[in-house]
Design a binder for this molecule. Structure first.
Ligand SMILES: [Fe+2]
Length: 185
């Protein structure tokens, strides 16, 4: 398996902007949290989270290629199930439907990072003490983090997680990484 340090170097070589790296790192920790919840391979799920948007800067103008260019960049460094999850995370454009637990976890897992990050940035204590219940309220406010797809977050139900539990997993995964994620105040 691709060593994590090499994966991070690969990511940084294509995603130099700090906010893109932070989104990748946040997705990594959430995917590790979800893997732990489901007894899956945390290393593999984490790497898929870390690299899922690696082609983002290259596909900004061609969203239908987002996920497919990633396959070229990753090559054979990740196993097929991780590559499939990365392509299916953009199924709306790639047409590759999410099929496995892994695929579905990556879709909701990468989306929830935006909600948690936005909430941390408006809280006086950042990530500290964040509760799922307050995130649920924020989800109902359409103006809050408007670009974050609520529908995608609610796809947690497709992997058998009730929204509150899913949000708690995301909070618990991201809290210890708050400094690295740029979420400390
Ligand atoms: Fe993403």
């Amino acid at each position: 398996m691709l060593p994590r340090a090499e994966a991070l170097d690969l990511l940084r070589s294509h995603n130099p902007e700090p906010h893109l790296v932070q989104h990748a790192l946040a997705t990594e920790v959430v995917m590790r949290g979800l893997a732990a919840r489901f007894g899956q391979d945390a290393e593999l799920w984490g790497l898929a989270g870390l690299l899922h948007d690696i082609d983002y800067p290259l596909t900004k103008e061609t969203p239908e290629r987002h996920g497919l260019v990633a396959v070229d960049l990753i090559g054979d460094r990740l196993p097929p199930e991780a590559v499939q999850a990365i392509v299916a995370h953009n199924s709306e454009c790639t047409g590759r439907e999410p099929a496995s637990l892994f695929d579905r976890a990556l879709r909701c897992g990468e989306s929830v990072t935006g909600l948690v990050s936005a909430a941390a940035l408006v809280r006086p204590t950042g990530m500290d003490g964040m509760q799922a219940s307050s995130l649920k309220k924020k989800m109902k406010d359409k103006a809050f983090a408007a670009s974050v797809s609520r529908e995608r977050i609610r796809e947690c139900e497709t992997i058998g997680l009730e929204l509150g539990e899913f949000l708690t997993i995301a909070i618990e995964a991201m809290t210890p990484a708050a400094a690295e994620l740029g979420l400390t105040r």
